[in-house]
Design a protein around this ligand. Structure first.
Ligand SMILES: [Zn+2]
Ligand SMILES: [Zn+2]
Length: 173
């Protein structure tokens, strides 16, 4: 989804609606650990005023993630309504909250801005549900839906946790 800066500049002050859908792929590394894939639908308006592109944007993203405790896949929905300002790169630094586009660009893609709005709002520890029980570190069982596997040391450990008074007693028997 591209915006024509050229057109926006030519009709400075005029509002242009836009809408679209895009697939957002995470970059290798940190982002890939947070997101498997994401699909975003968006609509909004763009206007060029006072040397800047102003965007009013509404988006809804379905983000596929892997739970950080049990590794199950789940979908997180993100909805946002944002106003962002885009300036030519050489002007950036004046206001940190602004986004930049290459100097003299005639067309710009909205993808990088959508990416930072969507990926920037993801928590660092994805959870399939707040009380996810995770995987057993010893036997690998997914404790949300299965018991420890036979011979898992966690099982023996539990059996050993007998009431100490009973344990004392059993010495005398
Ligand atoms: Zn989980
Ligand atoms: Zn186990």
């Amino acid at each position: 989804m591209d915006l024509s800066i050229k057109e926006l500049k030519r009709h400075a002050g005029k509002t242009f609606p836009f809408a679209g859908e895009a697939e957002l792929l995470p970059r290798e590394g940190q982002e890939a650990a947070l997101v498997l894939r994401a699909r975003v639908g968006f609509r909004g308006e763009a206007v060029y005023r006072a040397e800047k592109v102003h965007l009013a944007l509404k988006l809804r993203a379905e983000v596929e993630r892997a739970c950080s405790r049990c590794l199950d896949r789940f979908t997180e929905t993100i909805e946002k309504e944002e106003r962002i300002t885009l300036r030519e790169e050489r002007e950036v630094g004046l206001a940190d909250e602004d986004f930049a586009y290459p100097d003299e660009a005639e067309q710009i893609s909205l993808i990088p801005y959508l990416r930072s709005l969507v990926f920037g709002s993801l928590g660092p520890k994805p959870l399939c549900r707040p009380d996810c029980a995770g995987l057993c570190p010893s036997c690998g069982a997914n404790l949300n839906r299965e018991e420890h596997r036979p011979l898992c040391p966690e099982l023996t450990f539990r059996e050993e946790k007998v009431d100490p008074r009973l344990a004392q007693l059993s010495k005398w028997l």
